[in-house]
Write a protein that binds this ligand. Structure first.
Ligand code: GLN
Length: 349
């Protein structure tokens, strides 16, 4: 029967397709190695250095330019960081270089709303299914009357901000507060990026107005879009993203500051949305290569990836592929996940 044997790498891909398409459930062996039992420090640093060395010179993709300020960021920046459960930070390259967080902020604000108003509000009013469309699709809004969006594409993300309770100042303080707590330091807005996007975000304003027309959030849509734009302009570095990822990897507790930022009960839902929609319409490809490691990318060139119970990864490399995901960041994370045997579908005991 040897002809019908799948080898291990093929099997991982088959399981990943099943999870995304709903044909099979997550295997019970996922993350079987359990909490805290991770790879050694030297293995982590080696995986990070290998990925950095391998992709450092790769010159594929293009900076986002629909937000003019992003086109001016030097394309050769490349930083990677990993944070483990004991709070150790591993780094390579431009890991302290700041850049705008962009869509990587979306799961964080979704977590804020889930914490404040319950996960059901997100499930019922914004939605949790992948749209299968690009992140700023208006077609998707119209197709589902704003209902079946998710917090990780622009319509759902704007509606998510519009569901945070309070005056605009209070909402902003909650948003910058939770991002800072997850990064473990006080974060600031990149003003040139904010001004640049605020001057050119007519499409997001249209999306916000449509989502408001479909009654997906209670606040003024212009205010929600402005707060969303500010949120996307928060400056972070790869270490910040790795720390945020590690906070999600360890039940909402920041392993560096030891602060419990999120209620552990909401974390699995946040990670599930990231696993299905975090890499936009390439989330299936991402699952195929990583085993569905929950991740979120941003057009600033950042990616945050979570290996639950083991570690968080943050990367920064501005040039993007056609789906809007950082080319070098994706390749680095795929290699690291597989080298450190963190693909959840590759836990064969
Ligand atoms: N601020 C960006 C926008 O709304 C975020 C998009 C992204 O990172 N994919 O277009």
């Amino acid at each position: 029967m040897a002809d019908f044997d799948l080898d291990r790498r093929q099997l991982m891909g088959v399981l990943a397709l099943g999870a995304v398409a709903g044909a099979v459930g997550l295997p019970e062996v996922a993350f079987a190695q359990g909490r805290g039992s991770g790879p050694s420090s030297s293995a982590i640093q080696a995986a990070l250095d290998n990925a950095y060395g391998k992709y450092r010179g790769l010159n594929e993709g293009k900076n986002a330019d629909y937000i003019p300020a992003l086109a001016e960021v030097p394309s050769n920046f490349f930083g990677i960081a990993i944070v483990t459960g004991d709070g150790t930070v591993y780094q390579a390259g431009d890991s302290k270089q700041e850049f705008s967080i962009q869509s990587v902020s979306k799961p964080i604000t979704a977590a804020l709303v889930m914490q404040e108003s319950g996960s059901k509000l997100i499930e019922d009013s914004v939605g949790v299914d992948a749209t299968g469309q690009v992140f700023n699709s208006i077609t998707a809004v119209e197709q589902y009357r704003g209902k079946e969006m998710n917090p990780l594409v622009n319509p759902g993300a704007i509606a998510t901000v519009g569901n945070v309770k309070g005056t605009p100042d209070e909402v902003w303080n909650k948003i910058i507060g939770i991002h800072s707590d997850m990064a473990g330091r006080q974060l600031q807005v990149n003003q040139p990026v904010y001004q640049s996007e605020a001057a050119t975000n007519q499409r997001n304003r249209a999306i916000g107005a449509l989502m408001s027309a479909y009654e997906r959030f209670p606040s003024d849509p212009a205010v929600a879009v402005d707060l969303y734009t500010r949120q996307c302009s928060i400056n972070v570095n790869a270490v910040d993203l790795a720390t945020m990822a590690a906070t999600l990897a360890f039940g909402g507790r920041n392993p560096v500051t030891k602060k419990q930022v999120l209620d552990p009960s909401i974390v699995p839902g946040v990670l599930a949305i990231m696993a299905t929609a975090g890499m936009y319409d390439d989330s299936g490809k991402w699952a195929f290569h990583t085993g569905g490691v929950p991740a979120k990318s941003g057009v600033g060139g950042g990616i945050l990836a979570v290996v639950p119970g083991k570690f968080g990864i943050g990367t920064f490399a501005p040039p993007l592929d056609d789906a809007g995901n950082s080319v070098r960041g994706q390749k680095a994370i795929i290699d690291i996940v597989n080298e450190l045997k963190a693909n959840p579908y590759a836990q064969f005991g």
